[in-house]
Design a protein around this ligand. Structure first.
Ligand code: OGA
Ligand code: NI
Length: 260
């Protein structure tokens, strides 16, 4: 199937309907894989280094909204994938940002969606995108990028490539974690570009609140000199608004912001 789709694309010019407006096209300039996205080795998370690992995760989540989580190379791949997902989620839950135990359980992380994206080689990657710029609307996303680059994060006014690491998952903060943390953790804008050489397949594991979950900044994460940056809302309301504003991350948060 992959071959069929890829060959079909290789033989054709890029269909008109795939061509993005000039202002959102990635253009011709090459964006190299960037090694500044923090890499956290979670195999150390259960040992003495745990506090250090938690600090690394928090720092990356504040500054980038993204980090890569490595897995030990020695264990079998499939089983270790599965274990990897579990470990990331458990560590993110365990560190709890100083919250009560069980805070991220139940409704906040009730739904899980596994989405597999296939990007065939593209006749002209400068004119189109695999996934256009967005922030993920959920709580937390864990992405298996495979060995082919394509994921880019917007930081300080420019796109930077997230280098594919063979033994790592990419973890990124969703809009809900940004809101709950009163903007302490950052949901970073990202996109996926295509390439003309090889097909790329990614698997994204999205952790979602339930539709009726009430989302709001958590009191213990609002500093004494701060006020809550968002009102309380049901997650369903956020979803409906997000779908109607896809492509504009700032607008997705706007109806939920409290302007003091
Ligand atoms: C997504 C996403 C990136 C990729 O599905 O939300 O950002 O590289 N995917 O597939
Ligand atoms: Ni995404």
């Amino acid at each position: 199937m992959e071959k069929l789709v890829s060959n079909w694309f290789n033989d054709q010019a890029l269909p008109q309907s795939y061509i993005f407006p000039p202002e959102t096209r990635p253009g011709n300039h090459t964006i190299p894989g960037c090694s500044t996205i923090p890499v956290v080795d979670l195999s150390k998370a259960s040992g003495l280094d745990r506090t250090g690992i938690v600090q690394q995760i928090l720092k990356a989540s504040r500054e980038f909204g993204f980090f890569q989580r490595t897995r030990p190379a020695s264990t079998p791949r499939i089983r270790n994938d599965l274990a990897g997902f579990k470990q990331v989620v458990q560590t993110m839950k365990r560190k709890r940002l100083g919250l009560s135990s069980g805070f991220f359980g139940d409704k906040l992380s009730e739904s899980v969606l596994l989405s597999v994206n296939h990007y065939p080689p593209c006749p002209d990657p400068s004119l189109t995108l695999g996934v256009s710029r967005h922030c993920d609307p959920n709580l937390l996303t864990i992405l298996h990028q495979g060995d082919v680059s394509g994921l880019q994060v917007y930081r300080d006014g420019e796109w930077i490539g997230v280098e594919p690491l063979h033994n790592a998952f990419v973890v990124n903060i969703g809009h809900q974690l940004q809101i709950i943390s009163n903007n302490k953790l950052k949901s970073a804008e990202h996109r996926a570009v295509t390439n003309s050489e090889v097909a790329r397949t990614t698997a994204a594991f999205f952790i979602y609140p339930s539709d009726d979950c009430i989302i709001e900044p958590v009191k213990s994460l609002i500093d004494t000199d701060e006020s809550p940056a968002y009102r309380a809302f049901r997650f369903k309301e956020f979803q409906l608004n997000y779908v109607s504003r896809i492509g504009n991350p700032e607008e997705s948060l706007e109806p939920f912001k409290l302007h003091v």
